[in-house]
Design a protein around this ligand. Structure first.
Ligand code: TYD
Length: 208
């Protein structure tokens, strides 16, 4: 099966949903099919973004307003889209990105409860929509348990279960509103291989 190059594929999901593993597997799979691709992430897909990421994830960071936080995610995205994502797509590369604009809706609108109008206005500063978004769906209780077993918690992983439940709910409502773009894969009781099969099936069905 041949796949058109230059697709923009994003992965979304709460902490512990296994995006990193699935991204690596999808990238390897598409490469064997002849794709030229890059994998990247937000926040932190550029030099500037790495500095912004440090600030955003550091548990010691205290912002006086949630607006500061969303502005930093937006700044990170502007840098990333203009200097990495768009130039790669223009070269015909497929770009697989770990988190993108749906994270802002899920975490800043859902989690932080910022107004939808505000989030829309900032997100609309970036005029690039993913072709495909894979949402790895998981109960936050399980996701946080997995995240906690791995490493020191970052500023978002330290948030309450309720916060993460709102994040998940916002993801699911966005996926329901855009079924053509989203592939929702439930990861709770599936093995890594089973999840990957569903990811591949979903991606291939949208690329052809
Ligand atoms: P990261 O370590 O990349 O998380 P993960 O490994 O779970 O993908 O941390 C990124 C954190 O930033 C994650 O908790 C989600 C959050 N985030 C937002 O709140 N808004 C955004 O727009 C983005 C891109 C990320």
């Amino acid at each position: 099966m041949s796949i058109s190059p230059g697709y923009f594929i994003t992965f979304e999901g709460i902490e512990g949903s296994g995006k990193t593993t699935q991204i690596a597997r999808l990238a390897a799979y598409l490469e064997t099919m002849g794709h030229h691709l890059i994998t990247t992430k937000e926040p932190g897909g550029t030099e500037v973004g790495l500095k912004i990421r440090e600030l955003l994830l550091d548990p010691q960071t205290v912002f006086s307003s949630d607006l500061t936080e969303i502005c930093l995610f937006t700044a990170d995205r502007l840098e990333h889209v203009h200097s990495v994502v768009k130039p790669s797509l223009a070269l015909g590369k497929t770009v697989i990105c770990d988190r993108y604009v749906d994270s802002t809706y899920a975490y800043q609108q859902g989690g932080r409860q910022l107004s939808g109008i505000l989030v829309d206005s900032l997100c609309h500063l970036i005029d690039l929509r993913p072709d495909i978004t894979v949402l790895l769906d998981l109960d936050p209780e399980e996701g946080l348990r997995r995240a906690k077993s791995r490493a020191v918690l970052d500023r978002f992983e330290e948030e309450t279960l309720l916060f993460h439940q709102r994040v998940r709910a916002m993801y699911l409502s966005r996926a329901a509103a855009e079924p053509d773009r989203f592939i929702v894969v439930s990861v709770a009781s599936a093995s890594i291989d089973e999840v990957f099969v569903r990811v591949i099936e979903g991606v291939l069905s949208r690329l052809t």
